[in-house]
Design a protein around this ligand. Sequence first.
Ligand SMILES: Nc1ncnc2c1ncn2[C@@H]1O[C@H](COP(=O)(O)OP(=O)(O)O)[C@@H](O)[C@H]1O
Ligand SMILES: Cc1ncc(COP(=O)(O)O)c(N)n1
Length: 261
Amino acid sequence: MKKALTIAGSDSSAGAGIQADLKTFAAHFVYGVSVITSVTAQNTKGVIAAFDLPKDFVKLQLEAIFTDIDIDAVKIGMLSSKEIIEVVSCRLKYFKARNIVLDPVVFSKNGFKLLKDEAIKTLYDELIPLCKVITPNIPEASLLAEMEIKSIDDIKLACKKILSFGCESVLIKGGHFDSDDVVDILFDGKDFYYFKGKRINTKNTHGTGCTLSSAIAANLALGYDVPYAVEKSKEYIQGAIENSLNIGLGFGPLDHFYLFK
Ligand SMILES: Nc1ncnc2c1ncn2[C@@H]1O[C@H](COP(=O)(O)OP(=O)(O)O)[C@@H](O)[C@H]1O
Ligand SMILES: Cc1ncc(COP(=O)(O)O)c(N)n1
């Protein structure tokens, strides 16, 4: 059985973070393991507070996994601080981790900061160069590329700028654009690939970014190349949003297991 690791924050309402990632791995029949960076008190209405684990304890979890289990792919989500990014980058390099997918989570849907401002430079310098794919949404891509993004041409320019930080490919997600189709654009330094879905009119979009990036990691673990892994993951997220669940008072979670019903 293929094995994937998620390095991310815990979401007590299980719509995003570690919990969404493990459900996504399971739905792809990939054995999922986790390293928790931060514990959030969170529900469908938003993040209330976050408690970061000490960096040495993040390191211990990484060592526990990599000294025992041969990991086929890694998904990285909430990292919170510079210290945690440093320890994660250093251990991933040391253990020669492969198929690394980074969702550079900066804000939750209710605007809670999940990455401190001073950590962004460390993300560029230490972690992005290790990644096979990075998956920013429009606000995150805008922050990383230091430019406004208002059009498809802006997305393509932002892809080029982000790729120059040393990752193998960039997928900029179009969920935050106001359009009938939701288009995600992948750039691998050579070609642009367009992944189009119909916009679903729902408020239940808690964990869409987490779920897409862990589906990509699961598909890389299964041996697919990046464009095909993204294509399959986009189909999966479209169905998971279409079948999303009316749980809680705010942004409800996705149905990770809709394919089995
Ligand atoms: N309303 C929607 N209808 C269809 N697809 C969506 C919708 N919202 C987001 N997506 C898709 O979900 C994935 C996550 O996108 P996005 O919401 O932009 O990321 P994030 O959760 O990081 O803000 C992307 O593949 C995007 O195209
Ligand atoms: C622990 C944690 N990690 C990430 C997110 C972002 O969620 P989304 O995928 O909806 O942007 C979150 N709300 N909580």
